[in-house]
Design a protein. Structure first.
Length: 237
C-alpha cells in the first residue's frame, strides 16, 4: 500500500507527500466506523484524506471536516478531496487539533480518529513521520478532552489503536464520562494476537457489541469478513 497513487473503486488517493501512507488501519476504520445517518463528521489526523473520503462514500448526506497538522499532508488531502466525487461535502483544515477544538463552536455527531501512538523512544529520523506516528503533539488526554468538547450529547466517537494504547485512552475517556458501546478486535490470522482494536464511545451506557475479525484465513487468503467489509472500496475485492 505504499505506491504514490492508491486507487479505490470510486476515488483515488495520491500519497507521495504524506509521511504516513494508506494502511490497513485507516481503511478498516473508514469502512467500519459510524452507524445510522450522521450529518456532521470530524476526522482527526486526516493524513491522505482516505478516511474522510470513505465516510463520504458511506454517508451521502454527511458533511465532513478533516483536521491535519502537517502542511504537506493537508495540501495533498485537499487535492485528493478536490478530485473526488464528494468535494462539495469534505473540507480539510491545516491546524492542530488543540487549536481546532479551542476555536470551533459547532459540534459533531460522528468523530473518528486513527491517532499517533508510538512511544517516544522509537523515533524515526524523519520529522514528518514522527509527527504522524508519535503522540508528542497530541496526547491521549488532549484528544479525549477535545472529543468531549466537540461531540454532540447523542454523538459517537470511533478510533483505532493497538490494544495496549486503547486500554490507556479507555481509562481517560471513562474518567471523562464516556462508555464503550462497540468493539472490534482485528487480527492478521485467526490464531494470531490482536493487532488493532476499533472502539466506539458515547455518553450513554449500554450493552457492548463485541466482534472479532481476521484479515486473512489460515491459508493466507483474505477472509470473508474482511473482503465483505471492504468490498465497496478496494479494487481487489
Amino acid at each position: 500500500m505504499k505506491d504514490a497513487v492508491f486507487r479505490f473503486k470510486q476515488f483515488a488517493v495520491q500519497q507521495d507527500r504524506c509521511a504516513m501512507k494508506i494502511s490497513t488501519d485507516g481503511v478498516v476504520l473508514g469502512a467500519f466506523a459510524g452507524r445510522g445517518n450522521p450529518q456532521r463528521i470530524l476526522d482527526i489526523g486526516a493524513g491522505t484524506g482516505v478516511v474522510s473520503l470513505m465516510l463520504a462514500q458511506r454517508f451521502p448526506e454527511a458533511t465532513i471536516t478533516g483536521i491535519e497538522i502537517d502542511k504537506d499532508a493537508f495540501e495533498q488531502a485537499s487535492e485528493n478531496v478536490c478530485k473526488s466525487p464528494w468535494s462539495n461535502r469534505i473540507k480539510m483544515i491545516n491546524q492542530s487539533f488543540q487549536e481546532f477544538y479551542n476555536q470551533h463552536d459547532g459540534k459533531f455527531d460522528l468523530i473518528v480518529s486513527n491517532p499517533p501512538f508510538f512511544p517516544k523512544h522509537l523515533k524515526s529520523p524523519d520529522p514528518k513521520k514522527n509527527l504522524a506516528l508519535h503522540n508528542d503533539s497530541l496526547s491521549f488526554g488532549e484528544l479525549a478532552n477535545g472529543i468531549k468538547r466537540l461531540l454532540e450529547n447523542d454523538g459517537h466517537f470511533w478510533l483505532i489503536l493497538p490494544p495496549e494504547q486503547m486500554d490507556t485512552i479507555n481509562r481517560i475517556l471513562e474518567f471523562l464520562g464516556f462508555f464503550v458501546f462497540e468493539k472490534l478486535d482485528l487480527r492478521d490470522k485467526p490464531a494470531k494476537n490482536i493487532i488493532r482494536t476499533i472502539q466506539a464511545f458515547s455518553f450513554s451506557k449500554g450493552e457492548i457489541k463485541n466482534s472479532d475479525m481476521h484479515i486473512k484465513d489460515k491459508s493466507g487468503k483474505y477472509s470473508k469478513d474482511y473482503s465483505e467489509l471492504l468490498q465497496q472500496f478496494l479494487i481487489i475485492f
